[in-house]
Design a protein around this ligand. Sequence first.
Ligand SMILES: [Fe+2]
Ligand SMILES: [Fe+2]
Length: 325
Amino acid sequence: MALSAGEHEPLALGARDVLRGSSQSWLRRAQVKVGGVEERLRFQQEAPDFPEALLPFHSHPAYRALPALERARILTCGWVAYNAKTVVVETEIVTPVCTGLLRGDLPGVDDPWARRAVAEALVDEAYHTYLAVAVTNLSKEARGLEPPLAEFELARNVRAFDNRAGSKRTAALSRLAVATVSELLISNYLLSLSRDQSIQPIHRESVASHLQDELSHGSIFAELAQRVCRHLDAHELDAFSRQLALSAVWFSHNEWRVWSSILDYLRVPARRDLVAYAREAAAAGCVNPGNYAKLTEFAKRSGLAERPTTREAFESVGIWRSEAT
Ligand SMILES: [Fe+2]
Ligand SMILES: [Fe+2]
């Protein structure tokens, strides 16, 4: 049952333990305190800047037929776009939600440990933003490339949704759903790059450093969202579930518009075919199966999984069947 304003969270002790435990280790493990990747490692001219497997058209014959130098320039731009998307997630999605929680925009997260956990996450995300900008500057300078990037799908959709939201609370809940999904899924997003021994070492290590923080504080957002959910009515819970499913699609989008701007900038001869191929793949509007275990786990722990609307929303984008059974 939803709690009314001013009522205390019945599960606060368990939740507080999770948040307190995370807070107490933050001073030791936060990458902002132990980092320095950009000082430790040098840029290697001969190393590829990004894995080909992460290009949405990597298997297309027109891409495979490009000269090695042209493919390498596309990979550098892929790295630039990857970091630009990271900056969008940190600055436009997660940070505004953290500041909103500190301001008291949503109920259930007002005890001292919750506030401290949110403040620590803000520091972590600011450091990730710095790291993404610093390492991107290195690659842009080393390769002499400065690709213009179209707006990312995640930012575009969040802005459109904000404009349609009927109230401040609806907008805050919608943004919380997007941030929760981003925080639950970003580790998978970072994982393959952080383990790829074939790419530029400084790129791999900067992503590994980011991943370490996300693995530590990702559970905080799930905990905070769970506490907010206890204060929502049935209508709000259903809207929150639908927003979680939509956000998973937005987060996993292959960003064909961004790729279009990159391929135009590089004047890649087959760009129309490559963009059409990526656009068609994105049109399915479904997530890639196999990457959403943390999201379905959150739905189960928060009780959202028991709601028919959640199952319908998750199934409609292809999440539930592969992750939750
Ligand atoms: Fe981050
Ligand atoms: Fe994070």
